[in-house]
Design a protein around this ligand. Structure first.
Ligand SMILES: C[S@@+](CC[C@H](N)C(=O)[O-])C[C@H]1O[C@@H](n2cnc3c(N)ncnc32)[C@H](O)[C@@H]1O
Length: 506
């Protein structure tokens, strides 16, 4: 193993001033040492697989399958983790709640649950699901059946037209957009019951991708050639694009199918929208409703009471350049977001894109205003003393200067990601009750051939804040970080893991 020959001087959190211009020779000494520290905790758990930590396993599960939030947990994963690790219900928190799968699955097992989510897409989906739990299915069925028969275009009201942003303009054929707006207008102008209107609008929200020329693709929206938008090197065809009428009918059927077990069966049986009856084996409507806070967990967690949470079940964004605000741009426009609000939101999200600027000043200000300056500096010092992380950051910074990164801001993104996660982990350790546990799903990544062992770095930060790592469970086969990197560095295993951290009981 070669020694790292360069020297850096750390100037504040965000600047690394190179005092020695000698070319950096990459070293993995600190990462190897970290691996040695944790290797006995890295275990393959045959009960878990990659499908379980994704939306895939939710497709057929009542309520969970309505909106395709690709980043969502499966209901089975949450159930497995709770039953295996903490069968006694208490208070569960998910600080990156997405569409609330952890909250709903835990609630169904008798847990009280709280979630924090910044992207309005996730909180809209969660709110809609709460409405679904209380709506009168018979009434909903009646209105949905009426709606499905009307000619939406006749109800078109310009006041409800979508105010597109640059990355969504032209996403729908003019017929589909006209029908969509007619439907939205009808819901607002003619459906008087608030809950039913909410669910009808949510049905439209859930089909935006299906009726568009776009496909969600992580960092951006991919455009089908039929959109007429200029193409990259390869021409993309997403396959069948549903008409708005067909898509909305399918969605309403799906929703009714899930609500059906709670409906008056005779009334439903006579209706044309009635889906095939499938008897549910599980009660998906929890006795205790989840509580959701919309905002950034970086701001909300410090206001949460110390030692108040029994279990944290979460999956933060991965440090993989995935841009939620671009991927979910159609849904954001549907919710009324304009260009400026989308950009603002992008900056507020946990840093995982090359565009995110550092949040050090905001965090310092937030902690100071709460009288938590000492905590702020303690968190900073844990970040700066994590040597495997500093090793990676130094190398990436040098690669940036040498032009070896395929985007110059990758080094900054990785640094900001861990800086912010250090605050999140400090807060989770603080608010966890003694004897409490954290289950976190995340992916390791690689940039310019340098592996970033996200699992080990975050586990080490957790231990700096007094937690113990019980397991780092690996899930199935690892994956390359991007196709370009596989080309130049060969495919090698990158761990996708669930980490289990615990706080010692008193
Ligand atoms: C991997 S997803 C989690 C999905 C979730 N487990 C589910 O089942 O739907 C990460 C989530 O973190 C959210 N997020 C990003 N930055 C955030 C922040 N600063 N505060 C709260 N949530 C944030 C994203 O919008 C995204 O929904």
């Amino acid at each position: 193993m070669k020694e790292n020959l360069h020297m850096i001087e750390v100037v504040g959190e965000s600047n690394y001033k190179f005092v020695d211009p000698v070319k950096v020779i990459p070293s993995s000494v600190a990462r190897t040492a970290l691996y040695e520290k944790f290797k006995s905790k890295i275990l393959h758990n045959p009960s878990l697989n990659r499908m379980l930590v994704s939306f895939q396993a939710n497709k057929q599960v009542p309520f969970y399958g309505w909106f395709k939030y690709r980043e969502g947990f499966s209901e089975r994963l949450v159930t497995y983790l709770l039953q295996y690790l903490k069968p006694q219900p208490g208070l569960l928190l998910d600080p990156f709640a997405g569409c609330g799968s952890a909250l709903f699955a835990a609630s169904a097992l008798g847990w009280q649950t709280k979630g924090i989510e910044l992207l309005p897409v996730g909180s809209y989906a969660t709110q809609a699901r709460l409405v679904a739990h209380r709506v009168n299915p018979k009434e909903f069925n009646k209105v949905a059946a009426e709606v499905a028969r009307i000619n939406f275009v006749e109800y078109y009201d310009q006041g409800y037209a979508l105010k597109h942003i640059a990355i969504t303009r032209g996403a729908f054929s003019s017929e589909n957009e006209e029908q969509l707006i007619g439907y939205i207008s009808y819901c607002h102008n003619f459906v008087t019951n608030n809950d039913i209107r909410t669910l009808l609008l949510y049905a439209a929200f859930c089909i935006l991708e299906d009726i568009s020329y776009t496909r969600k693709d992580g960092q951006y929206l991919r455009w089908d050639a039929r959109s007429g938008r200029s193409q990259g090197k390869s021409v993309f065809n997403k396959g069948a694009i549903l008409t708005f009428c067909d898509a909305i009918k399918q969605k309403l059927k799906q929703m009714l199918a899930d609500l059906y077990p709670y409906a008056n069966q005779t009334a439903l049986l006579n209706d044309s929208l009635l889906p095939k009856i499938s008897l549910l084996k599980h009660n998906y409507i929890p006795a205790i409703e989840p509580t959701l806070y919309q905002g950034s967990c970086l701001e909300i967690l410090p206001t949460t009471q110390t030692s108040s949470i029994d279990f944290v079940m979460t999956s933060p964004p991965y440090v993989n350049r995935y841009d939620y605000t671009r991927t979910y741009a159609l849904e954001l426009v549907f919710l009324g977001f304009n260009e400026e609000k989308v950009k603002e939101l992008r900056q507020k999200m946990l840093s995982c894109t090359v565009e995110n600027r550092d949040k050090r000043a905001q965090l310092e200000q937030h902690y100071t205003s709460m009288g938590l300056s000492r905590e702020f500096f303690r968190i900073n010092s844990v970040f700066q003393q994590q040597s495997a992380l500093q090793e990676v950051l130094t190398i990436l910074e040098a690669y940036r200067k040498e032009g070896k990164l395929n985007n110059a801001n990758i080094a900054r993104m990785v640094r900001n990601y861990f800086y912010e996660m250090c605050f999140v982990i400090y807060e989770l350790a603080r608010i966890l009750k003694p004897g409490g546990m954290i289950a976190m799903v995340n992916d390791n990544v690689r940039y310019a051939g340098e592996e970033v062992p996200v699992d080990l770095i975050l586990s080490d930060m957790a231990e700096s804040f007094g937690l113990t790592t019980r397991y780092i469970w690996t899930l199935g086969r690892g994956k390359g970080n991007s196709s370009q990197q596989m080309g130049s560095h060969g495919r090698s295993e990158l761990r996708k893991c669930i980490y289990i951290w615990e706080k010692q009981a008193l």
